[in-house]
Each structure stands twice: as structure tokens, then as C-alpha cells.
Ligand binder design. Structure first.
Ligand code: SF4
Length: 211
């Protein structure tokens, strides 16, 4: 256990050197905008979301704006991202919930975030970490793939990977680890063809250690 923890720290140090700018790529200027952007980002790229929100947030960026917007108009404004009909419904419903239950504010509480339509465990972690500076380790497809390939965890689904990573890493590293694994997954440890020859943590990867 101790050596797994040491190895994970080394990996994170290396990734910090490799990706000094690792951090959120979604653009937002309030917690509510962050929440909307995170809901829009499910199964879409951050670039697609940023393109959509650049125009969207000029016209609507408060819960009351979205609650008042007809569903069809919101769909039209966000159709540059996948699953836009479902996402439009979620954004309208969560806006209504925020107005009715939280005075229009985004709650800084994991369980409360999970009650909002369109917000799952990954999203709740990201909102807590990025929006509130609280410990949060969101596990998306990149984090799940990279950490399993590295052998830091051996889990079949993102939910279990999240639990295992949180047990392995100290809280202060949760948020930065999330960003570092995403950067590494996008740039080097890609889904189809990981570029192991140019990987800064190859000597620490299970792929090499288990040979
Ligand atoms: S060595 Fe290959 S599989 Fe391991 S983390 Fe690097 S790119 Fe991914």
C-alpha cells in the first residue's frame, strides 16, 4: 500500500512538470455558469461547450434566465453539443430547483449537487473542486482509462475508480490529479493509441512494471 502511494505521488509530480498549466478548460465566470457548462460537457468536448456558452452566457447566465426560457429556445441555443434536448431539460429543471430550494445559489454540498438534474458524481466533484475549492476528484473517461493503465487502480467503472483514487491519494491532491490525468489522457495516453514512447511516466506505468 505504501509503495502504491509513493508511486502515485511520483506520477503526479512528473505530470505536474509535464503539464504545468493543467486546470479547467471550461470557460465560466460564476458558479452557476460553471454548473451549466459542466452539465453541457457530458459526452461533449470542452471546446464544443465553450463555443456554445460564449454566445449562450451573453443572453442567459442566471437561474431565473433559464427558468424563463422556453425549452425549444434553449435547445436551439445549445444544439452544438450532444444530447442537447436532454441537457436543455436538465438545465431548465435545475434552474427551477436552485430558485425554489437554494435562493438561486449553487449549493456547495456533494449530496445536494447530486440531487440536481443532469449532475452525476463526476460533475458534482468538478463543481466542488473548481467552483468551491473543496476536495473533489471527478473521474471521466480519461481519468478512468489513464489511472487503470498506470495500475494506480484496477476498477471496471468510473464510480469505483473514483472511490479507489480517493482512498489512494491525499485530499489535497484530488483536484489537481483530476486535471493532470485528463491532460495526460488527451495528449499522450490516448484511448486508441497511447504514445508510450513519449510518456513521462512510462517507467512508473503498470504496462512496464508488470512486464
Ligand atoms: S506508458 Fe503508455 S499506457 Fe502507461 S501511462 Fe504512459 S502512455 Fe499510458
Amino acid at each position: 500500500m505504501k509503495s502504491a502511494s509513493r508511486r502515485s505521488r511520483k506520477i503526479i509530480e512528473r505530470l505536474q512538470d509535464a503539464y504545468p498549466d493543467a486546470g479547467p478548460m471550461l470557460k465560466f465566470s460564476s458558479r452557476f455558469e460553471l454548473l451549466v457548462a459542466v452539465v453541457l460537457s457530458a459526452q461533449s468536448t470542452d471546446e464544443q461547450v465553450n463555443r456554445v456558452t460564449a454566445a449562450l452566457f451573453r443572453e442567459a447566465n442566471r437561474p431565473q434566465d433559464f427558468a424563463a426560457l422556453p425549452q425549444s429556445e434553449l435547445e436551439e441555443k445549445i444544439k452544438g453539443v450532444g444530447l442537447y434536448k436532454n441537457k436543455a431539460r436538465s438545465i431548465k429543471n435545475l434552474s427551477q430547483m436552485l430558485l425554489e430550494q437554494y435562493g438561486g445559489e449553487v449549493p456547495g454540498d456533494y449530496e445536494a449537487l447530486l440531487q440536481l438534474p443532469g449532475v452525476g458524481t463526476k460533475s458534482a466533484n468538478v463543481i466542488l473542486a473548481v467552483g468551491f475549492g473543496q476536495p473533489g476528484l471527478g473521474v471521466d473517461t480519461h481519468v478512468h482509462r489513464v489511472t487503470n493503465r498506470l495500475g494506480l487502480v484496477q476498477e471496471k467503472n468510473p464510480e469505483n475508480t473514483e472511490k479507489a483514487l480517493k482512498a489512494l491519494l491525499p485530499e489535497k491532491l484530488w483536484s489537481i490529479s483530476h486535471h493532470l490525468f485528463i491532460f495526460h489522457g488527451r495528449q499522450v495516453c490516448k484511448a486508441r493509441r497511447p504514445d508510450c514512447d513519449h510518456c513521462c511516466v512510462e517507467d512508473l506505468c503498470a504496462k512496464v512494471l508488470l512486464k
